[in-house]
Structure formats: structure tokens, C-alpha cells
Design a protein. Structure first.
Length: 434
């Protein structure tokens, strides 16, 4: 029995729970504690539950399931914590321990295996997803479906998400994606772009614009052909072995490109890439490679600023802009200044920060799909602060935030007066690249 408890302690990263002194500094920054008001839905409450399981005081691990599933994983608690508790590590370890012991129903197991093992890691399958959505638009089927009541009958409120998805690009345009773009003018850096899975399938235009902007500021840009999904969705869902395998594949793929930096344009993916060193630190063969990879991993805003930004930007006199901060950029990668600096560099823009700007919008990967009601409650609070800014443009740096804020605009009936854009779209328009 003692051996079993010790093994469980290791699985749960029990030693890391001892850093939590239950002070409560995490409470006012935790979106689920603020919206749900339960101790079990706060960081210190969840840590305490994990601690009691590790000590054998709670025998049934299913007690952890709801509190952990309802956690957004925004990690604002880490930023607020005075004792440096590694909440993200504890959360992922506990979720992995739960998944390891959980018996999923056949349909759920089939969906998980299909999505995590066959779809997200496959360039072909993700490309097929993007092409299928284009066909759905091009054939007019989308118009027919939207006029019918079919969207309202889709599970998980998927109909609401369908209405705000970006316009798809054609298979022909998708096939012309260049693996190398030369710097315009003097080359300052050589970079390799991480394209992502969902990002590349549904937001390919943002990837294309990212490459153009990097070239504009003086970067030789490469696309590592053998790259795959970053593994973030796998890690957040307790599939840690799969996450590690994907990390290894990406590290190997980018080793073939002798780049100064590995650049991403998605806060969630960027956080995962940034933490490869942590993910593989216990594997001697990969630890050093993973740490080097993480050190090279940068958000595109960092590289654009490092290269000196842009000249001759289009003036947007009096345009009021606010910024929806990506949790994983803010709390994991600690990137807070560069996106704002780029927004403010556009002449005439009036930048207005939201109240509680660092609070999560409720997207969190697929959280807004599997925990829709809880997500919308958090979003409604975010939209209250957004409306106070009186901004006509909301800038984001993460596809999940982009979708979530678009849903927020629809819920508030503001779609005719407020637009939501990825930072790259906004900069591309201001530079004339778009």
C-alpha cells in the first residue's frame, strides 16, 4: 500500500503541492473562483484536494474530476502566487493520473483516440478539415444550413461557433504555401515558423500574413516540413505521453532548420513550445534539446519588435483599440509589452486597456465547447469590461481568444460596431500587406 501511495505521489507531483501555503492570493485572479464562488474551484482548493489524494486521505480520485475539469488552466494563479507554486505542473499531472485510471465509454474513447492520435497530429487530416470547410462555404451548403434550424440542433453549441469562423481559403491556395520566404532588404535573423494544427487548418490566412510580416521586417523565414501539433490540447486533457511524443517530433523537425528563433502566432501553442524543456526534463536524451528549443521559441510580436517594427504605417486617426490578453502569453511566456507596443506604433490609434485585462475570456482550448455555460459566464464578465472601453476594435493574439471574443460581440449585439482581429491581421492591414 505504501508503495502505491508513493507512486501516486510521484504521479501527482505531490512535492510541488507543499509550496502552497493556502494564503489566498490566487483567489481574486481565478476566473472560476470568481464566477462559481467555491473553494474547490479555486487554485488552492484544487491543490488541497490533490494533496489529500497524495496523502491517502482521499481514496477515490474521481473527487478530483469536476474541480480539475472546470479549471481553465489560465495559470493566472502562478503570476499572483508569492511562493512560486507550479500550479500548471500540478494540474497537468493530476489530469494525467485521472485519465490513466478512468474508463471512458466506447464513443468517448473513440472520439478521444481519433482526435488526439489521428486528426490533430496529422497535416493531411488538418488540411482536409480546412479544405472541407472551404467546400462547405463554396458549394452554398453553408447558406442552406444557416437558413435552416440545423445549427441550433448541433451538440455543444457548435452552431454558435460555426457562425463566427473565419472565411476558409481554397485548396489551391493552401497547396501553394512556400517553405521559404526571403527577407526584404538586409537579413536580420533567420526564423522558422511554427504553423500549428488548428491554426493552420482554420486560420491559414493569419499564418500567411505572419510569414509576410516577418519577411518585411528583415527575416529569412522557413517552414519546417515535418512539424506537427504542439501537444497542448493533449497535455491539457491528460494525454501526457502523446504530448511528449509530439514535442519530440517537433524538436527533431526544427533541428533541420538552423534558425535563430522558432516563431509562433498563437498564445496557447507558444506556451506549450515554451515549456518543452519542462515537459521532457526527465528524459536524458531529450532534456537538453528540449531546453534549447524552448529558449528559441518566441511569439511573433517579440520578433517584430526585436527587428524594429514597421515604418510608413497607415494612420488610423481616432480609432479606439483594446487588447484581449492571451492567458498563456501573459502567465506562462510572460509576454505583456510587445503586442501593446505594436498596436501603439500605428499612428492615430487610441489604445484603451480593459479593466482586469489579464483575466481569462473563458476560451481555454476547448473549454468553451465542453464547459459552455461556465465559459459564457466568464465571457460575459469580460465583455462588461470590454464595453467600458468603448473600443471599436478588439485585438487578440490567440485563435481561441479570437473566436471567444467574436462570440462575445454577437452575444452583446455589437457586431455592426465592433470587430475582433488577430494582431497579425491588424498589422498586415496597417502595413499594406493585407
Amino acid at each position: 500500500m505504501n508503495r502505491t501511495i508513493e507512486q501516486l505521489k510521484q504521479e501527482l507531483h505531490y512535492d510541488k503541492t507543499n509550496k502552497c501555503v493556502q494564503c489566498g492570493y490566487c483567489l481574486p485572479v481565478c476566473p472560476t473562483y470568481m464566477s462559481m464562488g467555491k473553494e474547490t474551484h479555486s487554485p488552492r482548493g484544487r491543490i488541497n484536494l490533490v494533496k489529500m489524494v497524495g496523502e491517502g486521505k482521499i481514496k477515490d480520485l474521481s473527487v478530483l474530476e469536476e474541480p480539475l475539469n472546470l479549471c481553465l488552466g489560465c495559470r493566472a494563479c502562478e503570476t499572483a502566487c508569492p511562493t512560486g507554486v507550479e500550479y500548471g505542473s500540478i494540474l497537468e499531472a493530476a489530469r494525467a493520473a485521472l485519465v490513466k485510471r478512468k474508463t471512458f465509454s466506447s464513443p468517448v474513447r473513440l472520439v478521444r483516440n481519433t482526435m488526439f492520435k489521428k486528426v490533430f497530429p496529422s497535416k493531411y487530416m488538418m488540411g482536409l478539415t480546412g479544405n472541407s470547410y472551404w467546400l462547405y462555404e463554396k458549394t452554398g451548403l453553408q447558406k442552406v444550413v444557416r437558413k435552416s434550424n440545423l445549427l441550433k440542433k448541433l451538440p455543444f453549441h457548435l452552431g454558435e461557433f460555426e457562425t463566427i469562423m473565419p472565411k476558409a481559403i481554397s485548396p489551391k491556395q493552401r497547396s501553394h504555401f512556400s517553405s521559404f520566404v526571403k527577407a526584404k532588404g538586409e537579413r536580420k535573423y533567420t526564423v522558422a515558423v511554427f504553423t500549428g494544427c488548428i491554426m493552420d487548418a482554420m486560420f491559414r490566412k493569419i499564418n500567411e500574413l505572419s510569414i509576410q510580416l516577418l519577411s518585411e521586417v528583415g527575416c529569412d523565414v522557413y517552414i519546417a516540413e515535418k512539424q506537427t501539433c504542439c501537444g497542448a490540447l493533449h497535455a491539457h486533457s491528460g494525454e501526457m505521453d502523446d504530448a511528449k511524443e509530439l514535442a519530440k517530433k517537433n524538436i527533431a523537425a526544427f533541428e533541420d532548420v538552423k534558425a535563430d528563433y522558432i516563431v509562433n502566432n498563437s498564445g496557447g501553442c507558444g506556451a506549450m513550445l515554451y515549456e518543452y524543456g519542462h515537459l521532457l526534463k526527465a528524459e536524458p536524451e531529450w532534456a537538453e534539446k528540449a531546453e534549447n528549443f524552448s529558449l528559441k521559441s518566441k511569439d511573433i510580436s517579440q520578433i517584430l519588435v526585436l527587428c524594429g517594427g514597421f515604418r510608413n504605417l497607415t494612420t488610423r486617426e481616432g480609432e479606439r483599440v483594446t487588447y484581449q490578453r492571451s492567458c498563456h502569453m501573459t502567465n506562462v511566456q510572460k509576454i505583456t509589452n510587445e503586442p501593446v507596443e505594436l498596436i501603439k506604433s500605428i499612428p492615430g490609434v487610441e489604445f484603451v486597456e480593459m479593466k482586469n485585462a489579464a483575466m481569462c475570456c473563458g476560451s481555454a482550448g476547448i473549454y468553451n465547447i465542453v464547459n459552455y455555460d461556465e465559459s459564457m459566464e466568464i465571457l460575459d464578465e469580460k465583455m462588461k469590461h470590454m464595453k467600458e472601453t468603448k473600443a471599436s476594435v478588439i485585438i487578440t493574439t490567440n485563435p481561441g481568444c479570437l473566436i471567444q471574443m467574436k462570440i462575445g460581440i454577437e452575444r452583446e449585439n455589437l457586431s455592426s460596431s465592433v470587430k475582433v482581429l488577430h494582431l497579425i491581421e491588424y498589422l498586415a492591414d496597417a502595413t499594406g500587406v493585407l
